[in-house]
Ligand binder design. Sequence first.
Ligand code: MD3
Ligand code: FE
Length: 218
Amino acid sequence: MHTLDLFAGATPAAGERRALGSHAWLLGGFALPWVEQLLPELLRLRTLAPLRQLSVPGGGKMSVGTTSCGLLGWTSDSAGYRYTRLDPQTGQPWPAMPAAFLELAVAAAREAGFEGFAPDACLINHYRPGARMGLHQDRDEHNLAAPIVSVSLGLPAVFQWGGLRRADTPQKVPLAHGDVVVWGGEDRLRFHGVMPLKAGEHPRLGPRRINLTFRQAG
Ligand code: MD3
Ligand code: FE
């Protein structure tokens, strides 16, 4: 038996949806029809805005490789977290959000009941085995009434789904290639994170997981 099957309520099959909270939906395999459009765009985007390991205010470096596309990109350094119009590393505007990215994000938001989602930022996180993301809240966005849409590609990961206080014990939610999660309303400010990625080889993406998060940041 695969370890992931030991979790209560394992990943839903493609086409199934599962409520994670009152305003949070896991759409199993929702991104699968878009994958072959997303992958060449991801390769192109990293030639325009290379992956980097951002420094965080505490002094460390994130273990994930990060870049952005859209009008605004998320960045971090010793001074703090913020969205910028220019990529601090190239001095150029962030690459435009590819049409297929926007279509997928808007369709997923609609499917979860959020009509009129208009993301202006897409944060792209690359996980290699061992990379993780500690528990945090996403609160740098100007419009906290808009949802966040997250698309998982490549190796599976165990997502930590916490409460509104850092001390609330998170639930473990396995996320597979093609899964999309939409978080809004009272679930928007939940603490969340990603457990260290287990080693593996994904048939289409190799030894990595890529996560896209679409936000209304400005
Ligand atoms: C729950 N990324 O980039 S996506 C992030 O898999 C981030 O790379 C993780 O957390 C990743 O900030 C998790 C899922 C996610 C995104 C935003 C959320 C979950 C969320 C906002 C509120 C609650
Ligand atoms: Fe986050």
